[in-house]
Design a protein around this ligand. Structure first.
Ligand code: ME8
Length: 507
C-alpha cells in the first residue's frame, strides 16, 4: 500500500465570478472531490481540507455587473451563490469556499503583497501593452488573429501605465526566482503532473518570461483590492487570485497543499508565478500541481456563440449527481484533452449503472434475500484465497492510481472487480447451485457480497450517493476497511430497490 500523507490539502482554481459555471468548472471540482473523499476514507475526515471558491475582482467582472445593471458586489454575490448551489447539487464535499471579496482574503492579500515589497521583490515601472479585457491580461501581438484576441474576438486596448512588478528574473533583487523554480522542478521537489505538462512548463522556463505586474492603475481597473502603500493602484488579478490558497487557511497548518488541481489554461500562473511568489515570501511550495486537459463538446470548443456549452446544472437535474460525476470523470484519461459527446450519455449510463453495477447489486442481494433469509451467508476460507488475492491486488492498483492522480484508473478497478464477479456467477452457474443446494453455494455468495463491499468502497469517492446506499444495504460504513473478510456471516442485509433503472435513449 502506498504511503499516505499525514494530512491532505487540495485546491481547485477559484473560478471567475463572471458568469454561470460550466462543465469545465464542474470537471475540476468533481475531480478534487474524488480525491478528497478518497483521502477522508483512508486518513480520516478531519485530516482533509478541500478548498474551492470564486475569483471576484477585475475589469471583466465589473463590466458584466454593469451589463446586468447590478453593483459589482451584488453581482458576484449572485454568481458565487450559483457555484455554491451547483457544488451542493453535485455532492461536492468542499470544506471551505473562498471568495476574493471576503475580508479574510483581502486582509491576507494586503499582507502578502506588502511582504513581497518588504522582501525586495517589487519594483515600480512603466508598462505599455495590449490588454484584452476578456482574458483580463495583456496579450502579445503575435497571439492576435486579425488584430483580435482569438478567444474573445475583440481588439485589445493599448494601455500605458505605471505599476508594480514582481521581480521574477532577479534584476532588482539578489535571487533569480525563475531559476530557482526551474531547479526545484528538475529536482522533483516541485512536481508538475502529468509529465507532459512538466515538459511544457520547463519549455516555458527556457524562454524569456518577463516580470509580471501585481498591480494596476485604479483608472484602468476599478474593482479590486487597493495596494496598501499606493492609493492609486489596485492589486492585479493573479496576485489577488493565487493568494486565495493561503488566505483560506491562514493561521492553520494546512499549507502546503498536497495537490493543486487546475486546467492547462492557467498552468503557467500556477507552476511558475505562484511558486516564485511563495519562495519570495518564504512559504513552502505545494507538493503537486496537476494540470488536467481541456474539454471540447461534440468536437468543438465550448462557446456561447456555437451554443454547445454543457450546463452542469441541467446535466445534474437530468441525471443526478452520481451519474454526472461518473460521465464527466470517465470521459478521458485525467490529464488528457477530451471531447464530451452528449449523445453517448444515455448509452454510457446504461452500460455502467444499469447493466453493470446496478444489475450486479440487484442480482446478489436478491439471491441473499431469497435463499439466506436476507443475511450474509456462512463463509469458507478455503474458497476465498483467489478472491482475496484479486481484491488485495485491486486495492494496490487503486491506491497507486490515487497517488498519481489517475482518476479514470481508480474507476476502472471496481469496474473490473464487478466484471470478474459476474463471470464467477456465470462460470459456477450459481443461481442453479443455490436453488439445489444453498448450503454449498453459501460461501460463494459470501465472496460475491464481500467483492461488492470492496467495489462500493472504491466507488464511493466517485459516486458517493449510490455507493453509500450499497454499503448501507451491506450493513457497513464508508471508511476504508480494505482487508478481505469485513462482512460478518449472519449479519442482516438491508433491502435495496432498483438503484439504477435503464434509461431509454430518446435521441
Ligand atoms: O482561470 N475543460 O477562472 P476560470 C476543462 N479565475 N476544464 C475547464 C474548461 C474546459 N473546457 N474550462 C474551464 C480562472 N475549466 C481564474 C483562476 S486560480 C487562482 C484563478 C476549468 O473561471 C479548469 O480548471 O476561467 C480551468 O483551469 C478553470 O476552469 C478556469 O476557470
Amino acid at each position: 500500500m502506498s504511503d499516505f500523507p499525514r494530512s491532505f490539502y487540495i485546491t481547485t482554481p477559484i473560478y471567475y465570478a463572471s458568469g454561470d459555471p460550466h462543465v469545465g468548472h464542474a470537471y475540476t471540482t468533481i475531480s478534487a472531490d474524488i480525491l478528497s473523499r478518497y483521502y477522508r476514507q483512508f486518513i480520516g475526515g478531519d485530516k482533509v481540507y478541500f478548498l474551492t471558491g470564486t475569483d471576484e475582482h477585475g475589469v471583466k467582472i465589473a463590466k458584466n455587473a454593469e451589463l446586468a445593471g447590478l453593483a459589482p458586489q451584488v453581482y458576484v454575490d449572485q454568481v458565487a451563490e450559483s457555484y455554491r448551489q451547483l457544488w451542493q447539487d453535485l455532492n461536492i464535499s468542499n470544506n471551505d469556499f473562498i471568495r476574493t471579496t471576503e475580508e479574510r482574503h483581502e486582509k491576507f492579500v494586503r499582507f502578502f503583497v506588502e511582504k513581497l515589497k518588504d522582501n525586495g521583490y517589487l519594483y515600480e515601472a512603466e508598462y505599455e501593452g495590449l490588454y484584452c479585457v476578456g482574458c483580463e491580461k495583456f496579450i502579445a501581438e503575435k497571439d492576435l488573429v486579425d488584430g483580435k484576441c482569438p478567444d474573445h474576438q475583440r481588439a485589445p486596448e493599448t494601455l500605458t501605465e505605471k505599476n508594480w512588478f514582481f521581480d521574477l528574473n532577479g534584476k532588482h533583487s539578489s535571487r533569480n526566482l525563475l531559476l530557482e523554480v526551474k531547479d526545484l522542478i528538475h529536482s522533483g521537489e516541485l512536481k508538475i503532473l502529468p509529465e507532459k505538462m512538466e515538459k511544457e512548463v520547463l519549455g516555458l522556463l527556457n524562454q524569456d518570461l518577463p516580470d509580471f505586474s501585481i498591480s494596476r492603475n485604479k483608472q484602468n481597473v476599478k474593482w479590486g483590492i487597493p495596494l496598501p502603500w499606493d492609493d492609486n493602484q489596485l492589486i492585479y488579478v493573479w496576485a489577488d487570485a493565487l493568494t486565495n490558497y493561503l488566505s483560506a487557511v491562514d493561521g492553520s497548518d494546512w499549507w502546503p497543499a498536497q495537490v493543486q488541481l487546475l486546467g492547462k489554461d492557467i498552468l503557467k500562473f500556477h507552476a511558475i508565478f505562484w511558486p516564485a511568489m511563495l519562495l519570495a515570501n518564504g512559504y513552502a511550495l505545494p507538493k503537486v500541481i496537476f494540470s488536467h486537459g481541456y474539454f471540447t463538446v461534440d468536437g468543438q470548443k465550448m462557446s456561447k456563440t456555437i451554443g454547445n456549452v454543457v450546463d452542469p446544472v441541467e446535466m445534474t437535474k437530468q441525471y443526478g449527481s452520481d451519474v454526472t460525476r461518473y460521465l464527466l470523470s470517465t470521459n478521458c484519461p485525467f490529464g488528457d484533452d477530451g471531447d464530451i459527446n452528449r449523445e453517448q450519455f444515455v448509452e454510457k449510463y446504461n452500460a455502467f449503472f444499469a447493466n453493470h453495477l446496478g444489475n450486479y447489486v440487484n442480482r446478489i442481494l436478491t439471491l441473499a434475500h431469497k435463499y439466506y433469509d436476507g443475511k450474509v451467508p456462512a463463509r469458507d476460507v478455503s474458497l476465498e484465497k483467489d478472491w482475496q488475492n484479486q481484491v488485495d491486488n485491486a486495492w494496490l492498483v487503486y491506491h497507486q492510481a490515487a497517488e498519481h492522480v489517475e482518476l479514470e484508473k481508480m474507476i476502472k478497478v471496481p469496474t473490473e472487480l464487478i466484471q470478474s464477479a459476474n463471470e464467477y456467477i456465470t462460470k459456477l452457474e450459481l443461481w442453479k447451485v443455490m436453488k439445489e443446494n444453498p448450503e454449498q453455494a453459501a460461501p460463494h455468495l459470501y465472496n460475491l457480497l464481500e467483492v461488492l463491499r470492496h467495489s462500493a468502497l472504491q466507488l464511493y469517492p466517485i459516486i458517493p450517493e449510490g455507493a453509500s446506499k450499497i454499503l448501507e444495504a451491506l450493513g457497513v460504513g464508508i471508511d476504508g476497511q480494505s482487508a478481505w473478510g469485513g462482512l460478518a456471516s449472519g449479519q442482516a442485509l438491508n433491502q435495496l430497490g432498483i438503484l439504477y433503472p435503464r434509461l431509454e435513449n430518446k435521441q
